[in-house]
Design a protein around this ligand. Structure first.
Ligand code: CAO
Length: 578
């Protein structure tokens, strides 16, 4: 074990950047790549990852300290193998640069002539391009020095062709795993063409846009203020070295580079600039599908914290979102418009009755499902004439066994068969939507009406139970529900739910999927109906079925097949034996 000082890596043309968050504590055992601190200037936020695994023995910075490349961050106790990786700023280069090819370690004298040659070529190209640009009155704006980053994703494009912009206006926002940064325009003018779009990956020197007319702040800077070439990843500087103060950007590649993604000692957020949030908070927001520009930050300088994103989401799933979270009237955005508070007593006598716990829980649950699950409801009628006759025949035998067999027991049995036939209905969509979790067990939830509201007890292992067992359990569980004797365990683990209103009446309804399940069967009251068969109308007992499903998981054809299968099984119960 050796103790190593971990320093700020090459962070581009940044100097004196404040530490806004320390993400680890002394004594923490961390992995390589664990974010250690978040740094944030007015234009960029970045997480500094650990170059190696180990135990943190001492933290050498505190919030609000200003740091630059090479500033000590903390002491890490590393084992022998990790030791080599944890030695200096260049070793801490994030992402792809860490796997930089061997040639970076070649002796410097072999590289220098080549570098000089490249620089000369670049300067020649720039002069040619500048000449061409000034003659046509346009200039190319390129990605500036962004430190040891390459192939960084464009997450926002703030301008479009025709926009009038000022020097320093942010034109795009870039985000890597570790950093989020705005690229400001080097000059004011009219945007002629934008060469990047959201999702593109860019590196230093890549074209961003073409600009016409206006002033160039960058071009007004005296030549003497232009920096030396920015250090390459291979140029290992001493730990205490600092970037040149007030370094304007290096000219690289085509055209006029934008200034570095930093603000020289600015005092606050630009008007209209994107919100401040660390890369991890932005990632968190994206995972939840939250548009971060909608979130109000409660941190210093309005910085958006993880808690702000959580609060924003909570406010969206509450019945009445707070006024501050509401979209403005006439908004076409995704925010929920707030319900107005109305004093109904102005229209007549009212009584205010608080909702009980069950009703509140049900409200939150159905609202969440309604908002998250794109619902489709497929309708069908099952001919249960023979099945009902069979049920009536069973009545005496069932009574002798002390059981009441209702249609619901047969519906459970039929649903089990349909779930076996169509496994994607016996599933849950993983959060994030990347995977479907198929369940090899079959627990059926039954919506039960109680004096306190709706509850959904679960019949476990329904695929292993016969009609009498199912009928008995149904009777017991619905009685316990009405007696308020269900335990939390009785209400968990369902794969699929049946909501039967057949005992009450009605012709059809649209049940709400009991997420994270992917489908629910609604059953209405069976009725005798004239059905056209072999050239004549015959009376048949028809049972209305309504299958609501999550359209992210189930497509329309599958939904129709599932419900038709159910109808066939109920129409001929012998199929349950297959
Ligand atoms: N068509 C015609 N008759 C039906 C029927 C249907 N689809 N479903 C039930 N019936 C009959 C039963 O057979 C029974 O008649 P008999 O006494 O002559 O046999 C009578 O209606 C009463 O049945 P039931 O409702 O007591 O029993 P069940 O097994 O059908 O349902 C339960 C049990 C717990 C589901 C039911 O009592 C209940 O609470 N339903 C409400 C569910 C609800 O609120 N859902 C809405 C949720 S929001 O999506």
């Amino acid at each position: 074990m050796t103790s190593k000082e971990i320093q700020v890596p090459d962070i581009g043309d940044f100097e004196g950047v404040p530490v806004i968050e320390i993400l680890v504590s002394e004594g923490d055992d961390i992995d390589a790549e664990t974010p250690l601190v978040t740094l944030e200037s007015d234009k960029a936020a970045m997480d500094v990852p650990s170059p190696a695994a180990g135990r943190i023995t001492e933290i050498l910075v505190k919030v609000d300290d200003k740091v630059s490349k090479g500033s000590p961050l903390l002491m890490l106790e590393v084992d022998g193998e990790a030791e080599d990786q944890a030695t200096g700023p260049s070793a801490e280069a994030p992402d792809s640069d860490r796997d930089a090819p061997q040639q970076e370690q070649e002796p410097q004298q072999e590289q220098e002539p080549q570098q000089e040659q490249e620089q000369e070529q670049e300067q020649e190209q720039e002069q040619e391009q500048e000449a061409a640009g000034s003659s046509s009155g346009t200039r190319a704006v390129t990605v500036p020095d962004i430190g040891d980053f390459s192939g960084v994703e464009v997450i926002e494009v703030h301008v479009s062709a025709g926009d009038e912009i000022d020097a320093e206006d942010p034109v795009i926002t870039l985000e890597s795993d570790k950093a989020t940064m705005d690229v400001p325009s080097p000059a004011g003018g009219t945007v002629v063409e934008v060469q990047v779009k959201t999702g593109d990956r860019v590196s230093q020197g890549d074209p961003v846009l073409t600009l016409k007319g206006g002033d160039s702040e960058a071009s007004k800077q005296p030549e003497a203020a232009k920096p030396d070439r920015a250090p390459a990843a291979s140029e290992s500087k001493p730990a205490d070295s600092r970037p040149e103060p007030e370094s304007p950007p290096e000219r690289t590649g085509d055209g006029e580079p934008a200034p570095p993604p930093t603000l020289p000692a600015g005092d606050g957020r630009d008007k209209g600039a994107p919100p401040h949030a660390s890369p991890s908070v932005r990632r968190f927001a994206r995972e939840l599908g939250v548009d971060i520009s909608q979130v109000r930050g409660s941190g210093r300088k309005d910085r958006i914290l993880k808690e702000d994103v959580q609060s924003w989401v909570k406010s969206r799933i509450q019945d009445t979102p707070p006024q501050t979270a509401a979209a403005p009237t006439g908004s076409t955005g995704g925010a929920l418009p707030a319900m107005p508070d109305i004093d109904f007593s102005q229209f007549g006598e009212v009584e205010v009755v608080p909702l009980n716990r069950i009703k509140k829980l049900t409200a939150a649950s159905v609202h969440r499902s309604w908002l998250h699950v794109p619902h489709v409801t497929q309708h069908e009628e099952a001919d249960i004439t023979e099945l009902e006759a069979f049920r009536q025949d069973l009545k005496k035998e069932a009574a002798d066994r002390g059981v009441k067999v209702t249609m619901l027991a047969f519906l459970i049995k039929a649903c089990v068969a349909a779930l076996r036939e169509y496994p994607s209905f016996n599933a849950s969509l993983e959060n994030g939507g990347a995977n479907l979790i198929l369940k090899k067990y079959c627990n059926i939830g039954i919506a039960v009406e109680t004096p306190d509201g709706l509850v959904v007890p679960v019949i476990r292992g329904a695929d292993r139970k016969g009609i009498y067992d199912l009928a008995r359990e149904l009777g017991e569980v619905s009685q316990r529900a009405r007696d308020r004797k269900l335990s939390p365990n009785d209400l968990q683990g369902a794969c699929f739910t049946i909501s039967s209103l057949g005992g009450i009446g009605g012709t059809a309804f649209t049940p709400i999927v009991n997420a994270p399940e992917v489908a629910i069967l609604g059953v209405s009251r069976a009725q005798m109906k004239p059905v056209y068969e072999n050239g004549e109308f015959v009376p048949r007992l028809m049972l209305p079925l309504a299958l609501s499903y999550d359209h992210r998981v189930v497509d329309g054809a599958e939904g129709a097949r599932f419900v038709v299968f159910l109808s066939r099984v109920l129409g001929d119960a012998r199929r349950l034996l297959l």
